[in-house]
Design a binder for this molecule. Structure first.
Ligand SMILES: [Ca+2]
Length: 115
């Protein structure tokens, strides 16, 4: 967990420099408890944190491992994704669901290093 506001591309690069990737928040049942605990232990008050999905080079949202993130996936928050000028995905920590955002926003971010 980086408590440092960065634009999406910078956050993605930082995780890759660490040998990982922005977190794949794909599965509510397994990922929500893990990230909820992480947010509590890091005491972040950031509303949204970057995770590892975008549609910068694809027509629809995809995780960086190539798996798809359908617009009708229940892991999105309420009316999200709003699409339009928003191409990058953050986790809305107040709801623990996803929201698409403008990639230039500076947000905290969560890296995942697979072992
Ligand atoms: Ca949005």
């Amino acid at each position: 967990m980086y408590k440092e506001g960065k634009q999406y591309g910078e956050a993605r690069s930082r995780c890759e420099e660490d040998g990982g990737h922005l977190y794949y928040y794909k599965n509510l049942a397994t990922d929500e408890p893990v990230i909820t605990e992480l947010l509590q232990t890091t005491m972040t008050s950031s509303d949204e944190v970057w995770v590892g999905a975008d549609r910068l080079t694809t027509s629809d949202y995809q995780w960086h491992d190539g798996s798809s993130l359908p617009n009708n996936d229940p892991i999105w928050y309420g009316p999200e994704p709003t699409l339009g000028g928003e191409y990058c995905v953050g986790l809305k920590t107040t709801a623990m669901l996803l929201n698409d955002l403008t990639c230039d926003n500076e947000n905290y971010f969560i890296c995942q290093i697979d072992v």
